[in-house]
Design a protein around this ligand. Structure first.
Ligand code: AMP
Length: 575
């Protein structure tokens, strides 16, 4: 019998997905044709001489690979009010701001109805696969999601984050209802202007509807960790609110107050039961299943730069599985996680062949093949690494997304990708090259030494290539949950220096053209300040990713970090 709940038919969604992934090569050709038929007469494509051709060879011959920088003038004209079909025939409904944590400032990206449609498509697919493993009942989700600030561009378009554009769309609510993922909080909480007030109320509403909660989620794992770190501090106040039925005076935003007060009733029994459960926990281990007894899993993006938070998340999740969410970006979606049982460190994403046209630049060790020609979706090889190029229904043609992925296998005839890192080299002083992944490996190695000490953990980290000192050197900032002995930190610092094994780095360290790696330990709460800094500039909490390297454009972040340094260590590895 087909599994059908409301407007959602799990088996049909899986069948359709199987069908397109089986015929990935044909579907890719047809998808490109459709994109070009729809948008061939836009100014951008007209200027490239395609003259109505929609086949892959002509497309590759005429259309150059581009980065966001190349498209900026076109997008700026759209933002300034030019309504001619510049990049897409369908009207641009708003501008999305990418999180901007890599570049230091948000990028403008065009947003239209196609992106909403694609988002609902991928939500349904990944829910279908999740639901097959972890069937949910009729219910809701405790979702730590936040709309972000918005403003009007010169041409009158709303500019906000892509996730906010999605949350505000008509289709979002109905899809969430269909897939039992309706947020436990009212819209006023999701779109509240004060992050801390919204967070408090998400927790409160989640507790009020605890029986109905089927899973706990956020776009990025970081938001769930931030939420439960706040819960550790605020749980007694939350219990008081539930006991008395009166919302804490900390909620001053009238819209949030009214909306949450409307659902809050005195419930001493619930309050006491939460209180007792919290008191019985050891260091908050397993708080999620303890309080949300019907939750089946914890869900969100846990790969890439989010991997660091999975240890903490596992602690809060206790016996509940961590399920990785989709792979995509403000620019467009890429793949769904169809193996929800796979743990975050080995999660892969199956590319959706009808969501866009995909090409891959072979990287082979990230050097050497700089000028290799991109290949098609079904031509990629298992075990190889590639940079992804996307062509979308939303005005991006052969766009270098800047992500590196590895092909781990195939699902039918479409590849399963593992996210590796952002392509940009992040740490480099001279001939050395280290990526986000290399940094993660070094930090992971050193963290093992930290974890060997009781109750010590690394809460967050970032890095910086200090070119001002002579010779230049790598600086790694760490925020810890508790004080650590100097000997331990010194050995962590030495360990990180040793773990960067790139020959350019090792050689330069040996001859002294790169100085000893520096570990700077910052005060507790410093990375919260970095988060607030990004929020003040329009980034939404939901899309926030701690920048793993602070580039020169991020001077303000560097200042925040340096102002809160409490200890410094220099590596003694190469003496
Ligand atoms: P944004 O600019 O905020 O739209 O962020 C998009 C970027 O986040 C992508 O290009 C990736 O680098 C990263 N990202 C998105 N989804 C995932 C995922 N599932 N795993 C790892 N990284 C991801």
């Amino acid at each position: 019998m087909l599994e059908k709940k409301g407007n959602f038919n799990m088996e049909r969604v899986i069948q359709e997905f199987d069908e397109v992934t089986r015929n990935a090569s044909r579907v890719q050709r047809e998808t490109l044709k459709k994109i070009l038929e729809e948008n061939g007469d836009t100014e951008y494509l007209q200027g490239l001489g395609l003259r109505g051709r929609t086949d892959i060879d002509s497309f590759r011959a005429c259309v150059p690979l581009v980065t966001h920088h190349d498209l900026e003038p076109y997008i700026q004209r759209i933002a300034d009010g030019d309504t001619a079909p510049i990049l897409t025939r369908k009207p641009v409904t708003s501008i999305s701001l990418s999180s901007g944590t890599t570049q230091g400032k948000p990028k403008y990206i065009v947003f239209n109805e196609e992106l909403v449609h694609n988002t609902m498509q991928i939500y349904r697919i990944s829910y279908a696969f999740r639901n097959r493993e972890f069937p949910t009942e009729k219910g809701k989700a405790l979702q730590f999601i936040y709309g972000s600030k918005q403003f009007e561009t010169k041409g009158g378009l709303t500019a906000t984050t892509a996730t906010t554009n999605v949350y505000r769309s008509h289709q979002f609510k109905s899809t969430m209802r269909d897939i039992q993922s309706q947020c436990t909080s009212p819209d006023e909480v999701i779109f509240g202007s004060d992050f801390l007030q919204s967070l408090y109320c998400h927790l409160l509403c989640g507790l009020l509807y605890a029986d109905q909660v089927q899973f706990v989620s956020a776009t990025f794992a970081h938001s769930i960790v931030v939420a439960f770190q706040s819960f550790e501090k605020d749980w007694e106040e939350l219990c008081r609110d539930i006991k008395t039925g009166v919302l804490s005076s900390r909620i001053t935003n009238p819209n949030i107050r009214n909306a949450v007060s409307a659902i809050l009733r005195p419930d001493p029994e619930l309050a006491d039961s939460i209180y007792r459960k919290c008191e019985g926990l050891s260091n908050w281990y397993g708080v999620i299943p303890e309080l949300w007894t019907n939750a089946k899993y914890v869900y969100g993006i846990m790969t890439g730069s989010m991997e660091h938070y999975t240890r903490k998340l596992r602690h809060y999740a206790g016996r509940l599985p961590l399920v990785c969410a989709e792979y995509g970006s403000s620019e467009g979606w890429i793949g769904a996680n169809v193996d929800p049982l796979t743990p975050p460190d080995s999660a892969t994403f199956v590319v959706l062949p009808d969501i866009g046209f995909f090409e891959f630049i072979p990287l082979r060790g990230m050097d050497g093949c700089e000028h290799a020609e991109p290949i098609g979706l079904t031509e990629v090889q298992v075990g190889e690494e590639y940079e992804i190029i996307i062509t979308t229904f939303a005005g991006l043609y052969r766009y270098r997304l800047g992500d590196v992925v590895r092909v781990e296998g195939f699902y039918n005839s479409t590849p399963r990708l593992k996210f590796i890192c952002r392509r940009n080299l992040i740490l480099s002083i001279n001939i050395d090259k280290n990526t986000e992944k290399d940094l993660q490996l070094a930090v992971d190695e050193a963290t093992k030494l930290l974890l060997a000490e009781k109750k010590l953990d690394l809460l967050d980290f970032t890095s910086y290539a200090d070119m001002v000192s002579d010779p230049g050197h790598y600086v790694i900032f760490w925020e810890l949950n508790a004080d650590a002995k100097d000997e331990v930190l010194q050995s962590c610092c030495d360990c990180m220096d040793r773990t960067f094994v790139d020959p350019g780095y090792v050689g330069s360290r040996r001859i002294g053209t790169i100085g000893p790696l520096e570990l700077k330990v910052v005060e507790r709460g410093t990375f919260r300040k970095v988060l607030y800094h990004f929020l003040s500039r329009g980034t939404s909490v939901g899309q926030f990713k701690t920048p793993r390297c602070v580039g020169p454009a991020n001077r303000a972040v560097l200042e925040i970090l340096n102002e809160h340094v409490i200890k410094r260590f220099f590596s003694m590895t190469y003496y």
